[in-house]
Ligand binder design. Structure first.
Ligand code: ADP
Length: 815
């Protein structure tokens, strides 16, 4: 500290020298500082000895000698451990501190050199010689002083700890020694360096040293500044970002956007906390919300997180609709909406009964409704839901090839969404809907994974309480859902899936059933939908039958309903135009409403033919009849098959041929005929692929008819697999096949004997109209199907005139 105010000091007089020019002074050791003449500094005193020294000096109104210790941390330094040059100081008032120490202001007065110690206790006393400085004045000194002051100024600028007044003070100093002392006491130096400056008596020399030290200090300060600047730049960049962000926030706030964003966030928080989310899901939602708060409202993730949270919040997690397990009511609802379908209805009522008895133990069954289109699978599903009082939802799996469609995409994908199962659950709004998975037989598999595998998890009661959707990322409980799958065929359903389901067949309807469905359900519904309920319009039974027979060709009633709707539309238009209408819909009037008939029964052959046999097939639409044609031509024994036949059917044809060859003699066929003929088997209406072994006996019949030139009875249709020995094996789809035969006006159906039990499923009325003949061997088939006599228009076999045809070339087909 620099001071001039000396009024506070007790001692302002320097000690008076004795005859030898020595002065006697009390000495105080200075542990870590050096005091320079003219400088005012506070001293903090803790040592008893030092307090003694100060009081002694004060008592005698004397100056004090301050001498630096050679070692900083010595408590009671011996005389030898002190420097020999010190500073005579004036002492100010002693101020006692609460901690027992004291402080005192001292002002340096002049340099002295210790000559001897005269007292060591209770404090040191010494005899010392004041050191006088040689006078100096030259231009060089002025230049040195100016340069030093410049350096000093720079140091002060760089070091905020140095007081700025020190520079002004330095400017006004004219004595180089004094300037050196000022620098020595202000700039940060080591005690040893300061002491060296104190000992340098020649002021010019001292100033030069001080200037050097100042230069070194400046370098240090500049380096420090440089480092700080780098650090500051780093910090500045991040601070700048923060600053800009903050500004953006303020702007958004001003624009009201922030308020909206904040409001949305607090709304979301409320919904998350109030919703029925399970704990795990709630945690997840809050975590995501935490992320949302952190990012600026403009960031693209905001939308992503927002959508995700909405999905979590919109899904039903616990909301359950209460089941109505009143069996009478359920039976009433099911019957009121659907005709027939006893098996399916019974199964549902059974399920409900068990639920009533053991409400919690029961796992929901997974039902699979199998049958041709339009047989009421979907609409029964809806009725089941309404009977139980549950929501009904439905999702179609037709053409789903990608596992992600079922299970969703991970959220890292742009535009990711949950899979269809979760989407549908959101639509359901409760955790226990009746959930219909349509067209499970039309699932595809390709490189994007196997959707059936995902479905396995959905339909497995052991796993589906923790179903994982990729998007959702938290498990979802599907165990309370009543799943119903539908399919037209069982074959394409992966066995692992089929294994988990209880199959209920929805066979096609016969005409009488269709009639009842139309009268009870379809016609009233369509009349109502077309606003014709109060017009008293009546459909004649025969009109409905005609629609079934001539305008539709189906196992279900979907097209029937569509045709009825068409009639209603035409009638509604006339009513709207206020024209008169006929209140009765008769077979004759159908032409007017529906145009000319589209299907003309019977579809069976019109005449008995050679080489053409009628088979019964089972297709997606229910049953179908198909004519199998065989034509022979000169050749080398080749067998050609056309008409989109599957592998199994090709093998069937081979088997039929082998059987025929092996029985050639009994059938009156010359054995060598086979080597001279090419055989062409064709199934018309080739666009529909056909497969399965059940055409075996039909193929054999057509072949044998062609080879033996015996006509096939046109009223006979057949189905059955054939073995090489001619045994007839049972086949599937008997009900559909017989209903088709009936629809097509076929009188006699040849059925494998072991299919006898299947007739139970066929309405008696149908069976009454038909002649069902059971066959166990091909001989019986031929006996029933072929006319006994060989046809007269025998065309000579190969060898005679080069052209020979067996059977009729122009095989007439379904007209
Ligand atoms: P699927 O799902 O089997 O293809 P739908 O359930 O869509 O068939 O049925 C088609 C139409 O036929 C629906 O309007 C349905 O109400 C009606 N339907 C089918 N079977 C019956 C039935 N047994 N009783 C009453 N209506 C029926």
């Amino acid at each position: 500290m620099i001071g001039h105010g000396v009024t506070d000091f007790y001692t302002v007089q320097d000690a008076t020298p004795d005859a030898d020019g020595l002065i006697e002074l009390v000495l105080i050791p200075l542990p870590d500082l050096v005091i320079f003449p003219k400088m005012v500094t506070p001293l903090f005193i803790h040592r008893e000895r030092d307090l003694q020294a100060i009081s002694e000096a004060q008592d005698t109104q004397q100056t004090l000698l301050g001498v630096a210790q050679r070692q900083l941390n010595l408590d009671t330094p011996e005389p030898g451990e002190l420097y020999t040059v010190g500073t005579e100081m004036a002492v100010g008032r002693l101020i006692h501190m609460p901690d027992g120490g004291a402080s005192v202001l001292v002002q340096g007065r002049r340099r002295v050199d210790i000559v001897e110690f005269t007292q060591t206790s209770p404090c040191y006393r010494v005899k010392a010689r004041p050191l006088s400085e040689p006078a100096s004045d030259s231009r060089e000194i002025t230049a040195l002083m100016r340069a030093t002051v410049n350096l000093f100024q720079k140091c002060i600028q760089l070091n905020p700890q140095l007081p700025e007044e020190a520079y002004i003070y330095a400017l006004n100093i004219e004595d180089p020694g004094w300037l050196a002392d000022l620098i020595a006491s202000t700039v940060s130096l080591r005690v040893r360096e300061r002491q060296e400056l104190l000992q340098a008596i020649d002021p010019v020399e001292r100033l030069r040293r001080a200037s050097n030290l100042l230069g070194r200090e400046l370098e240090m300060l500049e380096l420090e500044e440089h480092i700080q600047m780098q650090v500051r730049q780093e910090m500045d960049r991040s601070q700048r970002e923060m600053f800009l962000r903050e500004q953006m926030r303020v702007i958004q706030h001003e624009l009201g956007e922030m308020d909206i964003f904040q409001q949305e966030i607090s709304e979301l928080r409320e919904r998350i906390e109030a919703g029925d989310l399970p704990d795990e899901v709630q945690d997840k939602a809050l975590k995501e919300l935490g992320r949302l708060v952190m990012i600026p409202p403009m960031a693209p993730e905001v939308g992503v997180i927002h959508t995700y949270l909405n999905w979590l919040l919109d899904l039903p997690w616990q909301k359950t609709s209460e089941d109505n397990l009143d069996l009478d009511n359920a039976a009433r609802v099911l019957d009121a909406e659907h005709y027939g379908l006893p098996k399916a209805k019974e199964r549902i009522l059974e399920h409900m009964a068990v639920r009533r008895l053991a409400p919690d133990k029961m796992r929901s069954p997974i039902l699979c409704f199998v049958g041709p289109p339009g047989t009421g699978k979907t609409s029964l599903g809806k009725s089941i839901a309404s009977a139980l009082g549950r929501e009904f939802v439905r999702v179609s799996l037709g053409g789903v090839r990608d596992e992600a469609e079922i299970r969703g995409h991970r959220r890292t994908y742009i535009g990711a969404l949950p899979g269809r199962i979760i989407q549908t659950m959101r639509r359901a709004g409760t955790v226990n809907p009746v959930f219909m998975l349509d067209e499970i037989d039309k699932l595809g598999i390709d490189f994007r994974g196997d959707p059936a595998a995902a479905l396995l998890e959905v339909l497995d009661p052991e796993q589906n309480f923790a179903y994982s959707d990729h998007y959702l990322d938290v498990n979802y409980d599907l165990s309370k859902v009543l799943f119903i799958t539908t399919a037209n065929y069982l074959d394409p359903i992966p066995p692992a899936l089929l294994d988990r389901m209880e199959v209920i067949e929805f066979p096609g309807y016969i005409e009488e059933e269709k009639l009842s469905i139309a009268r009870q359900f379809l016609i009233p519904r369509q009349l109502e939908q077309h606003g014709l309920s109060d017009q008293r319009i009546r459909f004649d039974d025969n009109a409905i039958r005609t629609i079934c027979r001539e305008y539709t060709y189906e196992a279900g009633v979907r097209n029937l309903e569509r045709e009825i709707a068409k009639v209603c539309r035409k009638l509604a238009r006339r009513v709207a135009e206020e024209k008169s209408i006929l209140k009765r819909v008769t077979p004759q009037s159908l032409d007017k409403y529906l145009g000319p008939p589209q299907f003309i029964p019977p579809l069976a052959e019109e005449e008995d033919e050679i080489g053409v046999a009628t088979g019964l097939a089972w297709t997606e639409a229910g049953g179908d009849i198909m004519a199998i044609e065989v034509s022979l031509m000169p050749g080398k024994g080749a067998l050609t098959l056309t008409g989109q036949l599957g592998d199994v059917m090709q093998e069937s044809a081979q088997a039929a041929l082998s059987y025929t060859r092996s029985r050639a003699r009994q059938l009156n066929i010359a054995p060598d005929e086979f080597d001279q003929l090419d055989i062409h088997v064709h199934l018309p209406e080739g666009a529909i692929p056909k497969d399965g072994p059940s055409a075996g006996i039909t193929l054999a019949t057509a072949l044998i008819s062609a080879l033996t030139q015996r006509k096939v009875r046109r009223t006979v249709a057949m189905t059955g697999e054939i073995t090489l020995r001619g045994r007839v094996l049972p086949v599937g789809g008997v009900r559909e096949k017989i209903l088709t035969a009936h629809r097509n006006g076929i009188a006699t159906v040849l059925l494998p004997r072991r299919n006898g039990k299947d007739l139970q499923e066929i309405p008696k009325r149908t069976l009454r109209d038909m002649n069902i003949v059971f066959v166990a061997h091909m001989d019986e088939v031929l006996e029933q199907a072929l006319l006994p006599v060989r046809h007269e228009t025998h065309v000579s076999l190969p060898g005679s005139d080069g052209v020979s045809v067996a059977g009729k070339d122009d095989v007439s087909q379904k007209s």
